[in-house]
Design a protein. Structure first.
Length: 114
């Protein structure tokens, strides 16, 4: 099952895929499973919402063979206003980070070599 999701992820890497396009891809792949499009749509939306909430609260999500999602802290720094060139103090930021797993890296490299 994980390889199925890795394949869908690789498809989305090769081109930008919207949530509705992802749902359509999953519907095509799972057409013989008897799942309705509304079930798949609800599952995708719930998965994304659950993962987003977990990352926003500082939790780490690890999907073996796929990768891990974490929240990274970016330290304060001095930036520049591009319009005026004036220095601007930028505060601490937190940003989501994805680190691909070994299996995903290998599959992406293999798909690019073809």
């Amino acid at each position: 099952m994980l390889l199925f999701f890795v394949d869908v992820f690789i498809i989305s890497i090769m081109k930008s895929v919207t949530r509705s396009e992802l749902i359509n891809i999953l519907c095509e792949k799972l057409s013989d499973s008897g799942l309705l499009k509304s079930d798949i749509s609800l599952s995708v939306k719930e998965l994304i919402n659950t993962m987003s909430s977990a990352i926003a609260s500082g939790e780490r999500i690890e999907i073996r063979g796929f990768g891990s999602f974490t929240l990274r802290k970016r330290n304060p720094r001095l930036g520049r206003n591009p319009k005026t060139g004036e220095s601007v103090a930028l505060g601490v930021k937190h940003a989501p980070h994805f680190k691909p797993g070994k299996d995903l890296k290998e599959r992406v490299i293999a798909s690019i070599k073809d």
